[in-house]
Design a protein around this ligand. Structure first.
Ligand SMILES: Cc1cc2nc3c(=O)[nH]c(=O)nc-3n(C[C@H](O)[C@H](O)[C@H](O)COP(=O)(O)OP(=O)(O)OC[C@H]3O[C@@H](n4cnc5c(N)ncnc54)[C@H](O)[C@@H]3O)c2cc1C
Length: 331
C-alpha cells in the first residue's frame, strides 16, 4: 500500500459552504479507514470555510486539513489539484475520495493523469480486498454493474456515485484536530479564471443538493403546465427539474435536465409528474430515497421502481396535492 493506510477525502465547497454531496464521502472514507486501520483525513477546500471545517470531526474525520484562500472561491482544476498535492505530501494517502460532481471528476482525473495513478470513477461500493481496492460501478446506463480492482501499491483515486453513500449524521461528542494548509498562488498558477457564476433564473435550488425534487415530464402536455411542477416544488420546499423530452421541446433549459445526459440526483423525495421512467432518465435519479410518480398510465415503467404511485391525470391531481400540502403546512 502507498505509504499508507490513510484515507483522504476531498470536500468541495461553493460560496463558503461545503456542498451537501461532499458529506457522502465520509461514509465511504470511514469504512475504508476501518479496513486499512488508518486515519480518515478530511480536506476542506474553498474560501471562507475555516469555521465549517472546524465541525468536520463530528462527521467522523480523525484529522482535518483546511485550505482557505480567496483563489479557491471558485473550483478550478489548477487550484484544487495544487491543494490536493500539498495534502498528499503531508499525509501520503493510500486512497483519495471525492464526490462525483463535475468538478470532482475533473480534478481527480487530472491528478491521476499527472501522477500516473489509477482513477476509479462513479463508485457505488468500495472495499479493501487484501492489497487491492475493489470498486463496483454502474455501466451501460445503469443496466449492469461492473467490478474493478486497483492495486494499493500506489495511491488510488476514486469518485463516488451521487447518492450511493449516505452522509452520516454529525455527532457532537466527536471532534478532530484542524490544521491549515499553507496555500498561496502566484499569477498564472491558476490558468482558468471563472469570470462569474450565473444562477439559473427561476431555479428554486440546486437540483443535486435539494432534499425534494419534482420532475416534470412530457405528460405535462404544454410549457404552461410546467407551472404545476414549479408550484408543487415550491409548496414542498424543493427544487424543480425536467426530463429530456421537456428540455428537447424547449419548455425548460437543458441545465434542469436529470438523467444520463443531465444531472444526477439523489434526493430524499423524488416526485415524477408525467414522466414515463425511461432508463436514460432513471439512471439519473435511481439513488433517490423515496420515489413517487404521478402518471395516467398504470403500466408506465416508472411505477416499477416507485415507492408510491398515483394513477390519474396530473392536471387534476397536482392542484389538489398543492392545496393539501399548503393546508397541512398552514395547520
Ligand atoms: C442517448 C440518450 C440520452 C438520453 N438522456 C436523457 C436524460 O438525461 N434525461 C431524460 O430524462 N431522458 C433522456 N433521454 C430520453 C429518454 O429516452 C426518454 O425519451 C425521456 O426520458 C422521456 O421523457 P418523459 O418521461 O418526459 O416523456 P414520455 O416518455 O413521453 O412520458 C410521458 C409520460 O406522461 C404520461 N402522461 C401523459 N399525459 C398525462 C397526464 N395528463 N397525466 C398524467 N400522466 C400523463 C404518459 O403516460 C407517459 O408515461 C435520452 C435518450 C437518449 C437516446
Amino acid at each position: 500500500m502507498a505509504d499508507g493506510s490513510t484515507i483522504l477525502i476531498v470536500l468541495e465547497s461553493h460560496e463558503g459552504t461545503l456542498r451537501n454531496t461532499a458529506f457522502e464521502s465520509f461514509a465511504a472514507g470511514r469504512e475504508l479507514a476501518e479496513a486499512t486501520g488508518g486515519e480518515l483525513v478530511a480536506l476542506a477546500i474553498g474560501s471562507g470555510i475555516s469555521d465549517a471545517a472546524g465541525e468536520l470531526g463530528s462527521y467522523g474525520a480523525d484529522r482535518v486539513l483546511v485550505a482557505d484562500a480567496p483563489e479557491l472561491s471558485a473550483i478550478t482544476v489548477d487550484g484544487y489539484s495544487a491543494v490536493i498535492d500539498k495534502a498528499i505530501e503531508q499525509v501520503s494517502p493510500g486512497v483519495i475520495l471525492t464526490a462525483g460532481t463535475t468538478a470532482g471528476r475533473d480534478v481527480l482525473s487530472f491528478l491521476a493523469g499527472r501522477h500516473e495513478l489509477a482513477h476509479l470513477p462513479d463508485c457505488t461500493q468500495l472495499r479493501v480486498d487484501g492489497s487491492e481496492l475493489l470498486a463496483r460501478r454502474p455501466v451501460y446506463g445503469n443496466k449492469m454493474m461492473t467490478e474493478v480492482r486497483s492495486s494499493l501499491d500506489k495511491c488510488v483515486l476514486a469518485t463516488l456515485h451521487t447518492g450511493a453513500f449516505k452522509a452520516p449524521e454529525p455527532d457532537s461528542s466527536k471532534s478532530a484536530p484542524v490544521e491549515s494548509l499553507d496555500v498561496s498562488f502566484a499569477d498564472g498558477d491558476i490558468r482558468v479564471t471563472i469570470t462569474g457564476l450565473e444562477s439559473s433564473a427561476g431555479q428554486a435550488a440546486d437540483l443535486t443538493s435539494a432534499d425534494i425534487v419534482v420532475i416534470g415530464g412530457r405528460g405535462l402536455g404544454s410549457e404552461e403546465n410546467y407551472k404545476l411542477v414549479q408550484d408543487l416544488a415550491e409548496a414542498l420546499g424543493g427544487a424543480a427539474g425536467a426530463t429530456r423530452a421537456v428540455t428537447d421541446l424547449g419548455w425548460r433549459p437543458h441545465y434542469e435536465q436529470v438523467g444520463q445526459t443531465g444531472q444526477k440526483i439523489a434526493p430524499k423525495l423524488y416526485l415524477g409528474v408525467g414522466v414515463s421512467g425511461a432508463v436514460q432518465h432513471t439512471v439519473g435519479m435511481v439513488g433517490s430515497e423515496n420515489i413517487t410518480a404521478i402518471n395516467r398510465d398504470s403500466a408506465a415503467p416508472i411505477f416499477k421502481m416507485a415507492d408510491f404511485g398515483l394513477v390519474g391525470d396530473l392536471e387534476e391531481i397536482v392542484p389538489k396535492l398543492i392545496e393539501r400540502i399548503k393546508a397541512k403546512k398552514g395547520s
